[in-house]
Structures are given as C-alpha cells and as structure tokens.
Design a protein around this ligand. Structure first.
Ligand code: ATP
Ligand code: LTN
Length: 334
C-alpha cells in the first residue's frame, strides 16, 4: 500500500528487443492496472549488466524500452515509468536484503542456473544475487502485486521469503507481494522449438516475433513455425507447436481455446498460421506507429524520465529510511 492505494511493481531488462512473449506475458496486462493501483514500471538496467553489455547499445536499448512502455499504452501520468539506475535506493536496499538472504536459497534459482550455463565465461556475483536486487525493486514500493510471466514465479517466492524473514525480526516493514500471472499468454514458446520459451537471447531470428517486426516478417515467421504433421488444430500436450499457436491466438483475440478449435475445425495449418499472423500483426501495428511518433519527441520522453524518476525516488527513499532506522543505522544529522 502507498498513500492508501494498493501498489504494483514490474520491470523488464533492457537487453535485446522485446518479443511477443514479453508483450503477451507481461506488458499487455500492465495497462489494465492503472486505475486500481499505484503502478511502478521500471527499465531494470541494473539487472541488465549481470550479462556483459556494450555501453552505447545499453543506453539505446534502455531508452527504446522505456519508449515502448508508453507506446504499448502505459500513460506516464498515471504510471511511474523510470530507469532503475536513476533511483539509488534500489542498490542500497539490495545490499541490506543480501544480508537476509541465504546462499542456499540463491543456489536453487533456475534462472541463475540457466544463465550461468549460457554465460559460463562470466558467472559473476551479480548474476547470483540478481534475485536480491529484484526483491529490493519490489519491496521498495510496498508492492501488493507484481505482474510477470510464469518464469518469474520463483523470484517472487524468494522475495516473499526475504520480506517475511525481515518482518519477523523488525515488525511490519514490507508488504508481502503476490505475483499476478495472466491466464492467457503467460508462457509463449519458441516458434522453432516449441518446448522452449520464446526468449530475447535466442539466436535463431525465426524463433521469436519481435514487437517491431513488419507484417510480412510476422506472417513469414508464423508460416515457418514448427508444428506436427497431422494437420488438426487441436490443443494438446503432445502437440506443443500448434498448442503454442492456439495460445497466441487466444491471448491476442480474447477467444477461448474451444472457440478457436471450432473456428478452425475445417482448416489446415496453413490457414491457421495465416490467421494467427494477421491477428498478431494488426495488434502490433498501432503500437509500432505510436512508438515511431514518440521516439521523435525527445523533449517529451526526457520529461517523463526526469519527473517519473523523481517520483519513484520519493517513494523508494521513504521505505529505505524506514529500513535503515529499523536495522539500527544512525540517523543523518541535518
Ligand atoms: P531472456 O530470455 O533473455 O532472459 P526474457 O525474454 O525472459 O529475457 P525479461 O526481461 O527477462 O525477458 O522478461 C520480461 C517479462 O516478460 C517478464 O515478466 C517475463 O516473465 C516475461 N516473459 C519473458 N519471456 C516470456 C515468454 N516466453 N512468455 C511469456 N512471458 C514472458
Ligand atoms: N527478473 C525479471 C525482471 C525484473 C522484474 C523486477 C520483474 C527485475 N526486477 C521486479 C518484476 C519485478 C525478468 O527477468 N523478467
């Protein structure tokens, strides 16, 4: 709770271009919360450097991501959209929380295991303590709800454990957050290997639909999507390729799985792939147009960055002051 309103935090890393999984699993849901919650959406650039980044590229991608948040429909007057690195309380709380987190807990994180395997030449301490910084992000804003894709569930659990442990020692300092995982689109799979999640770091360009892909590219990628050979549009565990396409269609159109199966009962894969491609490209078109407009308006984006960064810092520092007091750090002399 913040100022008597329920509060919400989420973020995305400024690495790579956003894909359809990021949009359907997270961003698309974000725009539905602005009336009911006090919302904070961060570009988590501090998390991004757990993997080596080119400085100029990182700066560019962070700005593109922040602009895309707005293009996707987040109104920056109602949602606090800001860079994590502009609010030093993230790093400060992260240090405190790291003293309340066990090595054994961090060792169990599947994202850490996956990333460590992928970047065996750079298994840095930041990659290991990534979930502690994420807990700090969430707890700084006394978040009630955290909307994410299902791959982040484990990170939400450790956040709740850290917060509960802290509260048990120091009293009610942190709100214990709940994950919000949408029904449709929570786990979009790769178009080329439908048993793996669609991921920014996939090297095969045909595996993901990027939010900036043009209609022809989108249709081409769907046409090439890996499916089985029985040509029947039916949702089933043993048909991961076609089930993923149904999931996408359902998340985009708002229809149910049953309605979709019925609609395409007498169609083949070719027609269905075309329909999915068209639904995705018409969903993305207005976002792409808005992005192109916003990207030209440097002054407006700069203003959002400055004002929202200050607003985020105000709330974050409030929590940080409380934490510092509770753990016994001496008060500053003014
Ligand atoms: P990478 O795969 O390179 O680690 P990512 O694609 O998972 O990156 P993140 O910035 O880590 O991207 O995720 C941003 C948000 O998108 C998170 O809420 C995450 O749960 C969600 N998300 C990521 N991939 C998918 C997916 N395939 N389906 C649904 N949601 C997803
Ligand atoms: N770990 C998340 C990104 C992230 C996040 C957060 C999401 C960092 N801090 C706080 C929700 C709340 C990811 O990799 N998708």
């Amino acid at each position: 709770m913040l100022d008597g309103k329920k509060s919400l935090f989420s973020g995305m890393q400024a690495t790579g271009t956003l894909h359809l999984g990021n949009y359907l699993g997270a961003l698309k849901n974000w725009v539905t919360f602005e009336e009911e919650y006090q919302c904070f959406y961060s570009v988590v650039d501090m998390h991004s450097i757990t993997v080596r980044q080119n400085p100029a590229e990182l700066r560019k991608k962070a700005r593109a991501l922040l602009t895309l948040y707005i293009a996707a429909g987040l109104n920056p007057e109602k949602n606090c959209i800001y860079y994590q690195s502009h609010v030093s309380a993230h790093a400060e709380l992260s240090w405190v929380l790291s003293c309340f987190t066990y090595m054994g807990e961090l060792n169990r994180m599947t994202q850490y295991k996956d990333k460590a395997a992928k970047h065996a030449d750079n298994i840095n301490a930041g990659l290991f303590t990534y979930p502690v910084l994420m807990a700090a992000d969430i707890l700084l804003f006394q978040s009630d709800v955290v909307p994410v894709g299902s791959d982040q569930k484990q990170h939400l659990e450790i956040t709740r454990d850290i917060a509960t442990r802290f509260n048990n020692i120091y009293g009610d300092v942190f709100t214990i957050p709940e994950p919000y995982i949408g029904k449709a689109g929570a786990r979009i799979m790769s178009l080329q290997e439908p048993t793996k999640k669609m991921s920014k770091s996939d090297e095969n360009p045909n595996a993901s639909i990027n939010l900036m892909d043009d209609p022809d590219t989108i249709i081409r990628k769907f046409k090439r999507a890996v499916t089985d050979s029985d040509n029947e549009i039916r949702y089933s565990e043993d048909k991961p390729g076609i089930s993923n396409l149904i999931d996408i269609y359902v998340a985009v159109t708002g229809k149910t799985i049953e309605e979709t199966e019925k609609e395409f009962a007498s169609s083949g894969y070719g027609d269905f792939k075309m329909a999915v491609g068209e639904s995705v490209s018409s969903m993305l078109k207005p976002i792409q147009d808005r992005y192109a407009e916003l990207a030209k308006d440097k002054a407006y984006i700069d203003k959002v960055i400055k004002e929202n960064g200050e607003k985020a810092a105000y709330y974050a520092n409030k929590t940080l002051r409380k934490v510092y007091k509770k753990i016994g750090f001496p008060q500053k002399i003014r």
